[in-house]
Design a protein around this ligand. Structure first.
Ligand code: HEC
Length: 389
């Protein structure tokens, strides 16, 4: 059979109609937002239903892949475990700038051209209501992690830290693994190790040989006792057990089990300031090996962003107080200026560096330098979210 002109133009008409039909079907889902929606829609729900529900579903669970025509999974906004932990500002950034601003897919379009920031904020606030279980602390309460002051927010994190004193005679590292369970709880394991200069027992040698040591491994359980997104407050209790796995003679352990109960409190303040504090006790089970100690740590800081949607910079200052519970013991005070910086687009890899400076009783208490890398592993793999997709 041969085709004549009519056949061909009939065929191309069919193809055109079919293509138009397909694009019409996909339009509500795929169309990059074009018409200006701004001003027409009043409530967060209206904005959500008009602009977001095409992909995210009217119920927030995400449209099935067969409907949207792509296989990038759409997040379930009703799943509190996922939806409660993301700070609102991050989601407004994604809605305004599109997925790539946080290293997510381009399939999550940018609405900055058609909706105002305030309207996107309303939509995201509406999304926040789709998780109906109020037990889950809001992601805003997940404040930047200070170097010494413990946090109140339950975390899914891996933190690797390094600390040394001014004459570099010892380096101590910690690997901290934290995992949430249930809405308010977290367990944690701390694995310390380090190096210090070996002292030759015969008094020979240069004294510059380094030996490696395991420190005292610790296990902890934390529970958020109170949290309120409206008040910007979170309050937790933690019980930690420190095991005598380190070498006491090399300065890498206390040589006894130590129980460390502590309370932590986090407070969001106006103008992106925040305050965190930790109050606790160190209770060695063999009291002849180590003294009982009480400590109070406080951190105050503010988060700045580069441009409206960029990297976060959180300079903080910590004030640390510790006192042995023996009669006549002094309170040791230290101050720690530091800065935490988010390293990647998704903002789930962070770096912090600071200097711990003794304020009083400086004899035998050198200045210390400390840094960590933090990976919020729930938000994606270590190498995810660095580049625009
Ligand atoms: C064209 C489809 C589509 C539309 C319309 C859409 N989204 Fe998305 N959205 C996606 C996809 C796909 C993802 C997952 C991206 C990924 O995981 O890489 C996503 C992810 C997100 C996330 C990231 C969640 C996370 O993992 O942290 C947020 C927040 C979000 N969308 C908000 C919105 C809002 C608000 C609107 C409406 C103003 C909207 N989306 C409209 C497709 C869409």
């Amino acid at each position: 059979m041969t085709y004549n002109k009519e056949h061909l133009s009939g065929l191309s008409l069919c193809i055109m109609l079919a293509a138009a039909g397909v694009s019409f079907l996909l339009m509500p889902v795929f169309a990059e937002p074009q018409s200006d929606l701004s001003g027409e829609l009043k409530t967060g729900q209206e904005i959500y239903l008009k602009a977001c529900a095409g992909c995210h579903g009217a119920d927030g669970k995400g449209q099935p892949q067969s409907r949207v025509g792509f296989d990038t999974p759409i997040p379930d906004f009703t799943d509190c475990d996922f939806a409660s932990r993301e700070p609102r500002a991050d989601w407004v950034a994604i809605a305004h700038q599109g997925g790539p601003v946080r290293g997510f897919s381009r399939l999550m379009p940018a609405f900055g051209g058609v909706l105002k920031v305030e309207e996107l904020e309303l939509a995201v606030r509406y999304i926040n209501t789709l998780c109906t279980n109020k037990n889950w602390p809001r992601g805003e309460l997940n404040l930047p992690r200070p170097l010494y002051t413990g946090k109140a927010f339950p975390e899914d994190e891996l933190v690797v830290s390094m600390e040394t004193d001014e004459d570099w005679s010892a380096i101590t590292n910690k690997i901290v693994y934290e995992q949430r369970f249930g809405a308010r709880n977290q367990w944690e394991i701390v694995f310390p190790f380090g190096w210090n200069k070996m002292q030759d027992p015969n008094g020979e040698g240069s004294g510059t040989d380094w030996g490696s040591n395991l420190g005292d491994i610790a296990l902890a359980v934390k529970r958020a006792l109170y949290h309120s997104g409206e008040r910007g407050s979170i309050f937790s209790a933690t019980a930690e057990l420190i095991l005598p796995t380190g070498d006491e003679t090399r300065g890498f352990g206390k040589g006894t089990f130590v129980l460390e109960p502590f309370l932590t409190y986090g407070q969001i303040l106006p103008f992106d300031f925040f305050f965190q504090s930790q109050l606790g006790l160190e209770l060695p089970l063999q009291s002849d090996r180590a003294e009982k100690e009480a400590f109070l740590r406080m951190a105050m800081g503010r988060t700045f962003t580069s441009g409206p949607w960029g990297r976060s910079w959180s300079p903080m200052i910590e004030l640390l107080a510790a006192r042995e519970l023996a009669g006549g013991a002094k309170i040791h005070w230290d101050v720690v200026p530091e800065i935490q910086i988010t390293l990647n687009r998704r903002q789930h890899i962070m770096f912090n560096f600071g200097v711990r400076i003794p304020i009083n009783d400086r004899e035998g208490r050198p200045v210390r330098f400390m840094a960590y890398i933090l990976w919020d592993w729930f938000d994606g793999g270590f190498f995810e979210g660095w580049r625009k997709q």
